[in-house]
Design a protein. Structure first.
Length: 619
C-alpha cells in the first residue's frame, strides 16, 4: 500500500475514534496524568479528616502500587532512576492512610531507596512543606515568608500582586500556613522519622511533638493580622464553582489546611465543598484512580476540535458544532481578578479547565480561537467571541515581542525574592518560545498576519534572539527543545519566513542531527532540568509527530526522513506502549511532568493531516 493511502486510512481511524470518545456536551475528557503527589496527599487528607469520601483511598492506593518501580522508587518519567520526593510522597500517603504497613515488602523497598538517596532531608521543598503540614517534618528554616508583601501595592516590583497568577493562587494559603507553622495530625497516625538520615531530625517527645525546630513562631501583630485577612479574602474570592481554589488540586490542598489553621471546622461548607471538588478531579483508570491537578478539558477539546478540522471535517459536522458550542460558552468575557488590590484585565480569553473561570492563559486562548475561526467567518455570535479573544491575545504580548503563559511583562527580579527551589520557575512568567511560536502560528495561519505587521516583526525578532546556539529553542511548557523548536519554526513559517532563512536552516539541521537510529525522535525530561537537549532512550509518538510537522512546513517535497518517520509514527501509534505514554507536558522542572492522554491522538493526527494536504498532489 502506498504511504499516502496509509496516511488517509490512519486519519480516518483517528477521526472515527475521536468521534466515538466525544462527550454529550461536546467536550473530550482525557486524563491529565502526573506523578503520585496529589494521590498521596488526597489519601492523607481523606484519612486525617475521616472524610465520607474515604472509598477513594483504595483506588488511589492501587494506582500508587501500580506505579512503583522494581527498585522501590516512584518515577516522574521512564528513564528516571527514581524520584526521591515522589517516593517520599507516595510512601507517606500509603502509610498515613493505613493502606499499607511499614513492614510490607513494597514499603521496605521504598524506605531503602529513600535512605540511599539522603532521606527526607534531601526532598524538594514542596514535599517538606506538605510533610510539615501533616506533622511529619519540622517547618523549613526560611519560613515564615513575610506577610507584608500582601500590603505592597502593585506598582512595587516585589508586591504579591506582581507574581504570576498561578503563584498568587498557591501562595495566598501558603503565606497563612507559613506564618502560623500549622500542622494537622491524626492522633493514631504513624510518623516517618525512620526515613530521616540525620539524628537531629528524629527527636520527638512522647506526645509526638517536635523537639527540634528550625525557627520560632512569630507573634501575630496587627499588621500581620490584616495581611492574613487579605490572604484569606484572596482565597475565598478565588474559589471556583466546583469548590477548588483556582481549579488547581495543589492549591486546594493548601487552602484546606489554611482554613483549618484559621479556625474553620472540618465540616464547614467551604472545606466540604473543596473536598468534593478534589474528588471531582478523580479520573478512574480500570481498578485505580488518579487525582488530576487540573482537568485539561478545555485544552484537549480545543486541540481536538482544531485537529479534526485540519483533518477535513467541516463546521457542518455535528462533532465540530458540539465542540464549538462547548468552547464558546467557556469564554471569560467579564474578567476581573478577585481578591485584595483587584486587577482589572481585558476580557476574552479562555482557561485550561472548564472550572477555571477567572484565570485565562495565552496558550488555551490561541488554540480555542483556532477551533472557532471557521465559525467566526459566518456566525455572528462566534464572530464577536473570536474578535474579543483575538484582542485579548494581542493585548497580552510582552514589550519584548514574545508571549508568556499567564502574565504580561512579568518582572524577572521577583525570582530573587526567596531562595526557594523552583520559585523562579513559577513566580516569574517570561516570554516563552513555545507560547510565542504557537501564538505566532495562529496569527499567521488563522488571522493572516505576515512579517510586515509590527507585532509579528517584534515576535519574530524575539524568537531569533532567543534561538540556542545549536539551532533549537527551549519550550517551557513541553518537553522541551523539540517542543520549543517545533513551535518556533512553524510559527515563523506561518507568517511568511522563508524556508531558506538561516535560522530555519539551523533548526532543521539540529532536528536531523538528533534523529534517533530508529528514524524517530524522542527527548528525555532530563532536558528540562539541565536546560540542554538530552535524548530519551527511545523515540516517542508525540516527539516524532512534532519533529515531522516541523520538517513538513519547510520541505516542498517529502524527504526520506519524513517518509520514514511517518511510517514509524503510523506503526507505533497503533499499540499502547511507553512510546505513547512518555510525559510531554512540563509543569515544574525536575519535579512535575504531565502525560496528556489526549496527545497521542492529537499531534499525530495534525502531522498526518498536514502531510496529506501538502504532498497529496506531488507524490
Amino acid at each position: 500500500m502506498e504511504l499516502l493511502e496509509k496516511v488517509q486510512l490512519e486519519i480516518e481511524r483517528y477521526i472515527s475514534r475521536l468521534k466515538t470518545e466525544q462527550q454529550v456536551d461536546g467536550s473530550w475528557r482525557y486524563c491529565f496524568e502526573t506523578g503520585p503527589v496529589n494521590d498521596a496527599y488526597m489519601m492523607i487528607l481523606l484519612s486525617t479528616l475521616n472524610s465520607q469520601h474515604k472509598e477513594l483511598i483504595p483506588l488511589l492506593g492501587q494506582r500508587l502500587l501500580n506505579k512503583q518501580a522494581a527498585n522501590g522508587a516512584w518515577k516522574q518519567y521512564d528513564d528516571d532512576e527514581g524520584h526521591l520526593s515522589s517516593t517520599i510522597e507516595a510512601y507517606a500517603g500509603l502509610l498515613l492512610s493505613g493502606y499499607s504497613d511499614r513492614h510490607d515488602r513494597h514499603m521496605q523497598l521504598a524506605e531503602a531507596f529513600i535512605l540511599r538517596n539522603g532521606g527526607v532531608e534531601n526532598a524538594h521543598i514542596s514535599t517538606k512543606f506538605m510533610l510539615a503540614l501533616n506533622h511529619l517534618y519540622p517547618w523549613p528554616a526560611f519560613y515564615p515568608i513575610p506577610l507584608f508583601l500582601l500590603h505592597m501595592p502593585k506598582f512595587i516590583p516585589f508586591s504579591f500582586y506582581r507574581w504570576s497568577s498561578y503563584v498568587r493562587i498557591h501562595f495566598a494559603p501558603v503565606l497563612i500556613l507559613c506564618h502560623g507553622k500549622y500542622s494537622l495530625r491524626k492522633p493514631s497516625a504513624p510518623d516517618i522519622t525512620h526515613l530521616f538520615v540525620t539524628r537531629k531530625h528524629r527527636r520527638l517527645d512522647r506526645k509526638g511533638r517536635w523537639l527540634h525546630v528550625f525557627s520560632k513562631r512569630r507573634p501575630t501583630n496587627p499588621i500581620s493580622k490584616a495581611a492574613i485577612k487579605k490572604a484569606e479574602h484572596h482565597m475565598l474570592q478565588n474559589i471556583v464553582q466546583d469548590g477548588t481554589l483556582g481549579s488547581y488540586a495543589s492549591a486546594t490542598f493548601f487552602m484546606i489546611y489554611a482554613l483549618l489553621s484559621l479556625g474553620y471546622e472540618h465540616d464547614s461548607p467551604v472545606i466540604q465543598h473543596a473536598i468534593q471538588g478534589l474528588t471531582s478531579f478523580g479520573y478512574r483508570l480500570n481498578d485505580e484512580a488518579h487525582i488530576q491537578n487540573s482537568p485539561s478539558t478545555v485544552w484537549d477539546t480545543a486541540l481536538i476540535c482544531h485537529s479534526l478540522q485540519e483533518a477535513g471535517l467541516t463546521t457542518e459536522d455535528s462533532a465540530i458544532q458540539n465542540a464549538a458550542r462547548y468552547l464558546l460558552a467557556l469564554q471569560q468575557r467579564d474578567l476581573r481578578e478577585k481578591g485584595g488590590n483587584a486587577l482589572v484585565r481585558p476580557a476574552g480569553g479562555w482557561g485550561f479547565s472548564e472550572s477555571s473561570t477567572a484565570n485565562p492563559d495565552v496558550d488555551d486562548t490561541q488554540v480555542v480561537l483556532r477551533a472557532l475561526t471557521r465559525f467566526a467567518d459566518h456566525q455572528s455570535d462566534y464572530r464577536e467571541a473570536w474578535r474579543t479573544g483575538v484582542n485579548w491575545l494581542l493585548g497580552m504580548q510582552n514589550d519584548d515581542g514574545g508571549w508568556a503563559a499567564f502574565e504580561k511583562n512579568s518582572i524577572p527580579s521577583i525570582a530573587r525574592l526567596f531562595n526557594i527551589q523552583n520559585f523562579a520557575d513559577t513566580a516569574v512568567d517570561p516570554s516563552a518560545a513555545d507560547i510565542t511560536g504557537r501564538t505566532l502560528e495562529f496569527l499567521g495561519s488563522q488571522f493572516k498576519l505576515t512579517m510586515t505587521h509590527p507585532r509579528v516583526q517584534d515576535s519574530v525578532h524575539w524568537l531569533i534572539k532567543n534561538q540556542k546556539k545549536d539551532g533549537s529553542w527551549y519550550g517551557r511548557w513541553g518537553i522541551s527543545f523539540i517542543y520549543g523548536t517545533w513551535a518556533a519554526v512553524t510559527g515563523m513559517r506561518a507568517v511568511g519566513m522563508s524556508a531558506d532563512h538561516l535560522n530555519v536552516h539551523r533548526a532543521i539541521d539540529w532536528l536531523l542531527k538528533i534523529r534517533q537510529l530508529d528514524g524517530g525522535w524522542g527527548e528525555s525530561c532530563k532536558s528540562d532540568v539541565r536546560k540542554e537537549y538530552v535524548s530519551a532512550p527511545y523515540s516517542t509518538v508525540v516527539h516524532t509527530a512534532l519533529a515531522l510537522d516541523t520538517l513538513i512546513v519547510v520541505h516542498d517535497q517529502p524527504t526520506e526522513e519524513i517518509n520514514k518517520g511517518l511510517a514509524n509514527l503510523i506503526e507505533w501509534n497503533r499499540q499502547d506502549s511507553k512510546r505513547s505514554s512518555y510525559p510531554i507536558g512540563a509543569g515544574l522542572p525536575g519535579h512535575f511532568y504531565i502525560h496528556y492522554h489526549s496527545y497521542p491522538h492529537i499531534w499525530p493526527l495534525l502531522t498526518l493531516s498536514h502531510y496529506l494536504k501538502k504532498y497529496k498532489g506531488c507524490c
